[in-house]
Design a protein around this ligand. Sequence first.
Ligand code: G6P
Length: 475
Amino acid sequence: MSKEGYDLVVVANRLPVDFSVSDDGQITWTRSPGGLVTALGPVMQGADGAWVGWSGAVDVEHAPFDADGVWLVPVSLSEAEVEFYYEGFANDTLWPLYHDVIETPTYHRLWWDAYRKVNRRFAEAAAAQAAPGAIVWVHDYQLQLVPALLRELRPDVRIGFFNHIPFPPLEIFAQLPWRSQVVHGLLGADLIGFQRESDAANFVRSVRRFTDLTTRGEVITVTEDNGLRRHVRAAAFPISIDSRHFDRLARSPAVAARALAIRAEIGNPDVMLLGVDRLDYTKGIRHRIKAFGELLQDGRLTVPTVTLVQVASPSRETVGAYMQLREDVELLVGRINGEYGHLGNAPICYLHHSYPPEEMAALYVAADVMLVTALRDGMNLVAKEYVAARSDERGVLVLSEFTGAADELAGAVFINPHDIDGMKDKIVSAVEMDVREQRKRMRRLRRRVIEDDVEKWSQSFLAVLSAVPEHEVPT
Ligand code: G6P
C-alpha cells in the first residue's frame, strides 16, 4: 500500500474473490467469476487500487490482503446483519421494489436500521483506504447510502456510484418509507451511473419529487450545509462484458469439441433451446417454461426434435420468494418432462448448478436459440455473452423488451414475456429462422457487443468522474 492510500477504491457488496481463512490464519482465495471483476480487474491492477467488500461468509474478520495486485479490504457482517441487511433490506425490500414489484417488497424498520449501519461500515472502510483526492467508485443497490456517508468523512475524494439494476419509476419508488434518505444517500456522489437512459430519468424525477433541489436535464445542483455547491450528474452507462475474451474462448478447439459433446449428451436434437439465469423471479423462467410446455402441447414443437436446456444457478436460497420460485419451476419442469418425455428423451434438461466460463461458452455455441425472457432486468449480460460466443454468425437471440440489453441489441427477436401467445409465436419463428436471416441479425448484434465492451464501459465512466471539477464556492 502506498503511504497515503489508494488512488482508486472500488466499494461493492461482494469482494471479487471467494476466500477462506484456516485456523492458523492462512488465507486461500480464488477469483470469483463475475462481470465486475473482469471489468475492473485490469483497471485496478494498473491504478494502485483497493477493493472494499464482503467475503460472503458470516462473521469473518480479516485484515486487508493482496490478491493479484489488488488490495482487498474485507468488511465483516454478523449473522443478524446478513439476515437484515443482505437477505432482508437488499434482497427482499430493494430488489423486488426496483424490479417493478414483480414480488411484493417487505418493509421492516429493523432491516432499514441494519442497512444504514452496514452502509456506514463500508463508507468508513473506503474512507480509510482512499488517498487524498482519490476516486472512489461505489456499486449497486446494497450500498446506496455510502456516497453521502463517505462525502462527510472525506470531502476531498471524487465519488462515483453505479446502479447495476433498474431504477424504478417514481410511482413505484414512492412506496419506499425511506425514499428521501436513499435519494440523499446517492446524491453524495459526483456521478451516478445507470444502465438505461430511462433509469437515469426515473432517478431525476424522484430527486425533483423528494427533495427541494434544482435539476437541469441530467444535472442536479446540491448545496451542502457548509455552503459549498456541487453538480451531480445522473447518466446512462450501459455495462457490457469482456467480449473479445469471450469470443476467443468460444473459438477455442476445446470449447468447440465440448459444444458437440453437449449436443450428443442431450440426444442430438435438431434444435437446442437454451436458458441461462440465476434462479431469480425477475428472469421470467416460469413464463418461458410455460410457453415451451404449451408449444409441446400444441404440437408446434415436438420431442425429441427439440430440447430446452435450462441452467438455473442457485441464488439467495434463504430468501422466501426464491425458495418458492424453485418449488414452482421444479414442479413445472417435472410436469412437462413427465407429460412429453420418453425414456432417454426429456424435453427439458434442467440444471440447478453454476458452471465455469468454458462450459458456458460451450453451451452458447451448442444452442440454436437463446431465450432471455426476463420480466425486468438491469442489463442481462447472458444475452451479450451468447452474441460474443457466436463467431459462426449462427443462432438466434430471443430477448425480452424489459431488459437493459434490449435498448442496445437491435437484431434480437423481441418478446413481451407476459404475452405467452406472442412469445410462443416468436419462439417458433426463431426455431424456423433461415440461416441467411440468422447471419444478418447476428452480424448486427456482434458489431455492437464486440465494440462496446466492458473496458469501454469502465473507461467512459471513470473519464467522466475524473473530469469532475473542484467544488464551487457560492458567491
Ligand atoms: C445482481 C446484482 C449484483 C449481485 C448479483 C448476485 O447481478 O446486481 O449486485 O452481486 O446479482 O447476487 P448476490 O446476492 O449473490 O450478490
